[in-house]
Write a protein that binds this ligand. Structure first.
Ligand code: ATP
Ligand code: MG
Length: 436
C-alpha cells in the first residue's frame, strides 16, 4: 500500500525555502519573453488523448510509452499533457487567435506529465517554460526565438551552455531521408530493439532518438539529414545561421539532433550542458510548419521551444549563478501582555500596508519564545512592547545582525524600518564595489 506521507515516484515538492528561486526564474523568463512580444496563455492540464497522438506523433516514445492516459467517467480518453505545444496550438485554433494579427506570440508555464523511469533530471511531473510563434516561416523568426532563449540564460547567469542546431527539412526532404534511413537500418534489422523494428517502416527517424544503447550505437553511423534536405530548406537553415552570426551568438551544427516529437520540420535546436549529468538538455525546440493543419487548424507555420525548470535550476546551481537574496522578515514586534499584543498587531498591520514583511506573536507565546522564533525566521529588526513602551509610545528596536539598538517612536517606525532596509541594501552594494 502506498504510504500516505510519500509522494508518488518521480514527483517533487517545491519547499518554502526554495520557492523564491522558482518565482525568480519564472518571473524573469516571462518578463524577457514580454520584451520579445510574447503574452502568456494558460490552457488545461489535460486534453483529449487524440490531440497528442496526432501532434506529438503516435510512433514517438512520448505517445507510445510515457503518457498518463485514462478514461474519464464519461468514457472519454483523456491525457495529462506531456508537453505544452499541442495544447497551445489547440487553444490558438479553437479561439480564433490565428485570424487576428500575425505573427501570434504566446508564452507559458506548465506542469507536464510523462511516465518515465525517474532519475536525476528526469521526473514524472516536471515544469516547463515555453513559447510559440504562429504565422511566420521566415528564418528571422527562428533566430528571434533562439536569441530570446539565449537572452534568458544570459540574464539568469547560466554559463557553459552549448546551442546545438540542425535542420530536419520539410516533408519532401523527409521522404528522401526516410528512404535512406530505411535502407541503412534494414541492414541492422536483427540488432534493433523491438520498438525500433516496428518504427523502421512507419517512422525510421525515431530510431535516431532511441535510448537503447545498441540502437544508439547503430544510429551513430546512419545517414545524416543535412545531406538530404532540399534547396529551400537549406537556404532557410543558412538564413537562421546568418542571423545568429550577426548577433555573435555561438552555436554548433549537430546533424544528429532530430528531437523526440514528430511535429518538427526544418530548424531544430537544443541548449545542452555537461554540468548536470546525463540529462543535459535544458531547452529544446524547433519549427513545426505542419502542426496547426494536422490538428485541423489553418495551414500556418509555427515555431517554439520549451525549457525544463528543474533542469534549469540544477544548471544554475552547478555553474554558481546568483539568485536574489531570499526574502527576510523586516521586523518582529514582540509583546508582553494583552494590551501590548493588540498594539503589536496594529503596528504589524500598518507595516504590511506599507509593503514590509512584519510579524508579531500569533501563538500566545512568552516573550523569550517569541524572540527565539524571530531569530529562527531571520528577522532583520525586532522590538518588544510592554507597559513602559505603551506609555511612552516608543520602542527599542534592535538590529538582529549587528545587535545595535535605537529608540524609535511608534509614529516613526515605518520610516525607521524603511531606512534600515535601505542601509542593508547600501551595505551589500558597498561590499560588491569593494570586492567585485
Ligand atoms: P530528453 O531527451 O531529456 O528526454 P525530451 O526531448 O524528451 O528530453 P522535450 O520534449 O524537448 O524533452 O522537453 C523540453 C525540455 O523539458 C527538456 O529539454 C527538459 O529540460 C525538460 N524535460 C523533458 N522531459 C523531462 C522529464 N521527464 N523530467 C524533467 N524535465 C524534462
Ligand atoms: Mg524524453
Amino acid at each position: 500500500m502506498a504510504l500516505l506521507t510519500q509522494a508518488p515516484k518521480g514527483t517533487q515538492d517545491v519547499l518554502p525555502r526554495d520557492s523564491y528561486k522558482w518565482q525568480y526564474v519564472e518571473g524573469l523568463a516571462m518578463e524577457i519573453a514580454r520584451l520579445y512580444g510574447f503574452q502568456e496563455m494558460r490552457v488545461p492540464t489535460f486534453e483529449h488523448t487524440e490531440l497528442f497522438n496526432r501532434s506529438v506523433g503516435d510512433t514517438t516514445d512520448v505517445v507510445q510509452k510515457e503518457m498518463y492516459t485514462f478514461l474519464d467517467k464519461g468514457n472519454r480518453s483523456i491525457t495529462l499533457r506531456p508537453e505544452g505545444t499541442a495544447g497551445m496550438a489547440r487553444a490558438a485554433v479553437q479561439n480564433g487567435l490565428l485570424n487576428e494579427a500575425l505573427p501570434l506570440k504566446v508564452s507559458y508555464l506548465v506542469s507536464c506529465f510523462r511516465y518515465e523511469k525517474p532519475q536525476a533530471g528526469r521526473l514524472r511531473e516536471f515544469h516547463q517554460f515555453g513559447a510559440e510563434v504562429y504565422g511566420s516561416d521566415s528564418p528571422a523568426c527562428d533566430a528571434e526565438v533562439i536569441a530570446m532563449v539565449g537572452e534568458i540564460f544570459d540574464t539568469l547567469g547560466v554559463r557553459d551552455l552549448r546551442l546545438e542546431l540542425n535542420s530536419i527539412g520539410c516533408p519532401e526532404c523527409r521522404a528522401r531521408y526516410h528512404k535512406a534511413l530505411k535502407e541503412y537500418f534494414a541492414a541492422h534489422m536483427d540488432e534493433l530493439c523491438d520498438t525500433c523494428r516496428e518504427r523502421l517502416e512507419k517512422n525510421p527517424m525515431r530510431i535516431l532518438d532511441c535510448k537503447s544503447p545498441v540502437c544508439h550505437k547503430i544510429a551513430k553511423d546512419a545517414p545524416k539529414v543535412l545531406d538530404y534536405i532540399c534547396e529551400g530548406c537549406s537556404a532557410h537553415f543558412e538564413g537562421v545561421k546568418a542571423r545568429l552570426d550577426a548577433l555573435g551568438m555561438p552555436y554548433v551544427v549537430n546533424p544528429t539532433i532530430v528531437r523526440g516529437l514528430d511535429y518538427y520540420t526544418k530548424t531544430v535546436f537544443e541548449f545542452v550542458t555537461d554540468q548536470i549529468g546525463a540529462q543535459g538538455t535544458v531547452c529544446g525546440g524547433g519549427r513545426y510548419d505542419g502542426l496547426l493543419a494536422e490538428i485541423g487548424g489553418p495551414k500556418l507555420p509555427g515555431i517554439g521551444f520549451a525549457m525544463g525548470i528543474e533542469r534549469l535550476l540544477k544548471v544554475m546551481d552547478a555553474c554558481g549563478a546568483e539568485f536574489p537574496e531570499q526574502p527576510a522578515c523586516a521586523i518582529y514586534i514582540g509583546s508582553i501582555g494583552e494590551a501590548a499584543s493588540v498594539k503589536a498587531f496594529a503596528l504589524v498591520n500598518e507595516l504590511r500596508e506599507e509593503g514590509f514583511w512584519a510579524e508579531c506573536d500569533t501563538m500566545g507565546r512568552g516573550v523569550k519564545a517569541q524572540m527565539k522564533y524571530a531569530d529562527k525566521l531571520g528577522c532583520r529588526l525586532s522590538c518588544i512592547l510592554g507597559d513602559n513602551e505603551l506609555e511612552s509610545g516608543r520602542a527599542n528596536v534592535k538590529n538582529m545582525r549587528t545587535g545595535e539598538t535605537h529608540e524609535v517612536a511608534f509614529d516613526d517606525l515605518i520610516d525607521f524600518v524603511y531606512d534600515a532596509q535601505v542601509a542593508v541594501l547600501t551595505e551589500s552594494i558597498r561590499e560588491t564595489e569593494i570586492n567585485p
